[in-house]
Design a protein around this ligand. Structure first.
Ligand code: HEM
Length: 202
């Protein structure tokens, strides 16, 4: 009974994360449609979606250190956060293809191939696709140990996305420094973890 109740609470909280997670996209779309996104609404919308993709990637990476260093266990929300990152990146890419580039493939393909910051963003997005596709229980069971190996791709995707963000803007502002700084800390923690003393399970 208690297990069923806890599964129900987890399920509802998971859906709650999706509902809250899509609020920035809906709010930004609404502002864009009603003239509230300034002089260049397409650019502002594209930037908001990219920024939230990065934020959800950061939150996904923060789950493990939070558990290991602070004993806060939010593991059950990691899948929802990772999928939100994927959907925001997909929306960011869709806005780039449609509203920004007008689906003009003869300019889009050279842009992806030749502009380093676009190439990096595109590569980060491509790496997120197998992670999103295999984020279900069936794939976890079927892939076994390989699932963990495959999901290490998230570290590469986040690193590429961070450089994409740095190159997308000419000057580094405090917000950008904070986002990229967090990513450096989180990736650094993964690299240093084998050297840190292990916490005994409570
Ligand atoms: C994991 C995937 C990605 C993440 C996390 C991401 C994140 C970001 C971030 C944070 C920005 C800067 C927003 C700002 O200036 O405040 C940005 C800008 C941009 N991204 Fe991405 N991006 C990703 C993939 C892509 C892809 C696949 C494309 C297109 C092929 C793309 C195209 C752009 C463009 C054109 C800008 C500049 C918008 C502008 O300022 O005019 N990104 N992205």
């Amino acid at each position: 009974m208690a297990a069923a109740r806890s599964a129900l609470v987890d399920g509802l909280t998971g859906w709650g994360i999706y509902v809250v997670g899509f609020v920035p996209a809906v709010a930004s779309f609404w502002l864009g449609a009603t003239g509230g996104l300034g002089a260049d609404p397409v650019r502002a919308f594209e930037q908001t979606l990219g920024l939230w993709a990065l934020r959800f990637l950061i939150l996904t990476l923060a789950i493990t250190p939070l558990r290991q260093l602070a004993g806060i266990n939010l593991l059950r929300f990691r899948r929802a956060l990772g999928l939100l990152a994927f959907w925001y990146a997909a929306m960011h890419f869709t806005v780039y293809l449609t509203l920004d580039r007008g689906l003009l493939w003869d300019t889009i393909l050279p842009d992806i191939a030749r502009r380093p910051f676009i190439t990096l963003g595109f590569s980060a997005f491509v790496l997120l696709i197998p992670l999103a596709v295999t984020s279900n229980r069936l794939s976890i069971r079927r892939l076994g140990k390989n699932w963990r190996r495959l999901h290490w791709l998230i570290y590469v995707a986040v690193a590429l996305a961070a450089v994409h963000y740095l190159l997308a803007t000419k000057v580094v502002d405090p917000g950008q420094a904070a986002h990229v700084g967090l990513i450096v800390l989180l990736l650094g923690y993964r690299l240093m973890r084998p050297l840190l003393p292990r916490r005994r399970p409570a």
